[in-house]
Design a protein around this ligand. Structure first.
Ligand code: ADP
Ligand code: MG
Length: 442
């Protein structure tokens, strides 16, 4: 790096010769060499004013000075302290031990996370953890909720915030399935990279932990890391599509998860969805959008913020394509297809769930009313458990949702029902036959 600092000093000498003393002192004398990255020598300007004057009026000349003393294809970039803070999170700082990317998306921050009733507690606790990472508040910090409700966003926000305060923190955001890939590399002997990546961490952000359900080995390995990181007071943040006790993971993992702090993110209400849309319109520089348009979109996309945002983006493009202002009428037109599809899917799903109950009841000469009743006769209970099991394994419904299809039964009742069938299937040929016949009818 000394080479580049040297080059900068040579550029500075030429600038001093070229410009009047007043200009040189005002703009250049307090500029200092910062770093060399991706073909740019970064120079730290003392303030925004100096930076913008230089970049507007002097940068061409400065690059020429550089060419005079260096024949590599490199350039100079002036930045302020604030710019460096904004830019740094992309790659872990060169002074820290690791060189891997931290995978953080800089645009997912607390700043653009719209808070409402459904995520208020999760948001507050995330801020707290970000203020004091290191397991002081809770380890792990466990965020769960359905798809598209902001879990990943919140997790990145914590990571970005921590780096804003302290650039030397080693943070890694990783999806749990990627973790499994890394683990298999580790098994194949690519040990070094794996070691470096995980052992130097201060904060581990692990997204969608439910995918660990598929592999016992990765669970074990994850448990080992989890243990080490916890004992070294490294902060762990986990997201999942369900609460820890519903995960089919090793008991020692789930019990450690529940020992931390769990927060959930629920579906936002109408007003909250409108605020999120409003925020999105600002991000996309769409001005003056009518409340009735926001209301229409927010009323029709209720359960997933990604889809809500997607709907708005579609409206925007639609209006641009037809050169029209965003009115309620054209919004309806733009979204007809999406909304119809959504309705069909919902109807289709609900129909399928009822069909499962129908077919199972029929198979055991019962009625659906028996199935969802509180009756405890052995044959009814068996049929009920089979229906629950199929809804879980075939349709991936949450235990809560299944419970709601059986007169609001508690999720723990559903879990034990599903587990019972899973266990008995291993032992009973009759049961295997019954389930496979029912599945064929579906
Ligand atoms: P999840 O991980 O729960 O599936 P994401 O975090 O990926 O959901 O969120 C989906 C999309 O919705 C992202 O674009 C995210 O930025 C946006 N989003 C979610 N919650 C909010 C919120 N409260 N405010 C603003 N945008 C949000
Ligand atoms: Mg996610």
């Amino acid at each position: 790096m000394e080479k580049y600092m040297d080059l900068w000093n040579k550029v500075l000498d030429q600038a001093e010769n070229e410009y009047e003393t007043q200009v040189f002192t005002e703009l250049f004398s307090d500029c200092i060499y910062n770093s060399f990255k991706n073909g740019y020598i970064y120079i730290l300007a003392p303030n925004e004013f100096a930076k913008s004057r230089i970049m507007k009026l002097y940068i061409k000349k400065i690059d020429q000075f550089l060419e005079n003393v260096c024949d590599e294809n490199i350039k100079i970039k002036f930045v302020t302290e604030a710019d460096i803070k904004k830019e740094e999170p992309v790659v872990v700082k060169s002074t820290s031990k690791s060189t891997y990317s931290n995978n953080l998306s800089q645009n997912l921050t607390f700043d653009n996370f719209v808070v409402g009733e459904s995520n208020n507690f999760a948001f507050r606790m995330a801020m707290k953890i970000a203020d004091q990472p290191g397991g002081f508040i809770a380890n792990p910090f466990y965020i769960f909720g359905s798809v598209g409700l902001g879990k990943t966003h919140l997790m990145h926000a914590v990571g970005n915030y921590i780096l804003d305060v302290d650039l030397t923190k080693n943070i890694l955001y990783i999806k749990a399935d990627r973790f499994i890939e890394d683990y298999s590399k580790f098994c194949k002997g690519e040990f070094k990279e794996y070691e470096e990546k995980y052992r130097t961490l201060d904060v581990l952000l692990i997204d969608d932990i439910q995918v660990l359900e598929i592999g016992k080995k990765s669970q074990l390995e994850f448990f080992k890391f989890f243990d080490i990181l916890c004992s070294e007071q490294k902060q762990i943040i986990i997201t999942s599509d369900r609460p820890a006790h519903e995960l089919k993971l090793m008991e020692r993992l789930t019990s450690r998860f529940t020992a931390g702090l769990t927060v959930d993110i629920k579906t936002p209400n109408l007003e909250h969805r409108k605020s999120i849309l409003k925020r999105k319109t600002q991000e996309l520089s769409v001005e003056d959008i009518d409340d009735e348009v926001l209301h229409y979109i927010a009323s029709n996309f209720t359960s997933n913020i990604r889809e809500l945002e997607g709907a708005f983006v579609r409206v925007k493009h639609y209006c641009e394509a037809f050169n029209s202002p965003i009115t309620l009428e054209i919004t309806k037109e733009a979204l007809t297809g999406l909304i119809n599809n959504q309705k069909i899917n919902e109807q289709h799903n609900e129909k399928n769930f009822v069909k499962v109950q129908d077919i199972v009841a029929d198979f055991y000469n019962l009625t659906v009313a028996d199935l969802i009743s509180p009756k405890r006769q052995a044959n009814i209970v068996l049929a009920r458990h089979i229906a629950m099991y199929i809804l879980k394994t075939n349709y991936g419904l949450s235990y809560k949702k299944i419970g709601s299809l059986f007169s609001g039964r508690d999720h723990s009742t559903v879990i034990s029902g599903c587990e019972r069938i899973e266990n008995e299937l291993k032992l009973s040929g009759d049961l295997q036959m019954a389930v496979s016949t029912i599945m064929k009818k579906l």
